[in-house]
Design a protein around this ligand. Sequence first.
Ligand SMILES: *Cc1c(COP(=O)(O)O)cnc(C)c1O
Length: 476
Amino acid sequence: METSERKLLKNLPQVEEVLKHSLMRELGETMPHERLANAVRAEIGEIRSRILAGDAPVFDAESVAAGARSRALGLLEPSLRRVINATGVVIHTNIGRSVMAPAAIEAVNDVMKGYSTLEYDVDTMARGSRHDHCEKLLCALTGAEAAIAVNNNAAAVVMVLSEFAAGHEAIVSRGELIELGGSFRIPDIMRQSQAHMVEVGTTNKTHPFDFENAITDETTIMLKVHRSNYRIEGFTREVSLSEMKDIADRREKETGQRVLIYEDQGSGSFVRLDQYGNYTEATVAESMAAGADLVSFSGDKMLGGPQCGVICGSKELIDRLKKNPLARVMRLDKLTIAALEGTLRLYMQGEDAINTIPTVRMLTESPETVRMRANRLKEMIDARIPTSAATTQIIPEVSRAGGGSLPMFNIDTYAVEVTPVVGDVQECEEFLTKKCPIPIIARISKGAVVCDPRTLLDDEELEIVAEGLKAYFESL
Ligand SMILES: *Cc1c(COP(=O)(O)O)cnc(C)c1O
């Protein structure tokens, strides 16, 4: 060790010494001594490591106390908190996918405040099942005989494969062996579920005969996976659910063997959105009608509910899933059940759901409607920022449905483009995210900050964006 390092280490203050500093003593009034001491130790520890790494910071008792103070206070700052989504990406996994409808929030609030009927049946005054709260609604909305909701769609896939394909063969097209964000890969999930994966076809083309030829006595499932985050175009062929159904029916007639058809639908949708844009997604009901024995989907993608995964199917199959130990491992908590039930009930109102469920509204709102919000946002910004600081303009842009929900799906929109005259566009974007009380996530394009009001929820959010921009230009 060099002598300079030795000297620096010797100069490190003692924990007790830092604790006596006025900055720490003040904190001591509201925080236990041990918590403060831990913060001081952590601060000194970090400085020691930096000294040993040859990267010694300048320090004294005061700076160590200040560092320890912000460490101690840092733990009191909420980590998970609200942000403003000005990106125009509607279902954005990094910032929480779906925004809950007011009715769902109310349902959660009600259940959160006190005890609830989570597993209690008021009619029989006896134990009930948490699976019952949403099942009837899910059946009414999908035409399925039975349904179960678990923690997310990834869990749903594991559960279905574990119950019906563990130790057996599951056939899947090579064109659908997807990887999603957060290390969800179909081949790995198959392994995890102890299903023997049988891949058929090629990347671009899979034919019905590929499935038919691959069926053996060991086959229990044919799997169809939604290509949520990519597209195959050109010389392509995929096997539809009804073609799978024909194959399964033929097999059953010839040999008595039942091969289940399971679709991992990814996003899942209860209403056709074709009239609102380029949507061609089949609904869960359509997949069930086309011949799927089981369909699973996420609750927080196009459905616009809380994070969960729903599996629909016949009573016989869903009953088997309910008895699988994984149903207990992956069961939903009461807050999620309340939010899901609240959201599903909105879907019972039919077309109205498009306006009452924020995710669905944002996916379907016409560019003209968004343009009116863009106008209001532009006015709010113009009223706060002089043209000598920044210029604003309404521009045609594209919003995105969001990764992992609809492949590369673009929605026409109008955005407000803010071009700084003074300051710097990168710096402005950073200010909005890091320095504003509620972080504002925007995009940069061609030297300007672009705010897409499609994902700004109301006038309050427009105002927060305008105020954030104002604060940046005033900080210069
Ligand atoms: C998103 C998605 C999943 C994972 O769903 P989560 O609810 O995020 O767990 C699985 N399969 C497909 C096809 C998906 O699009």
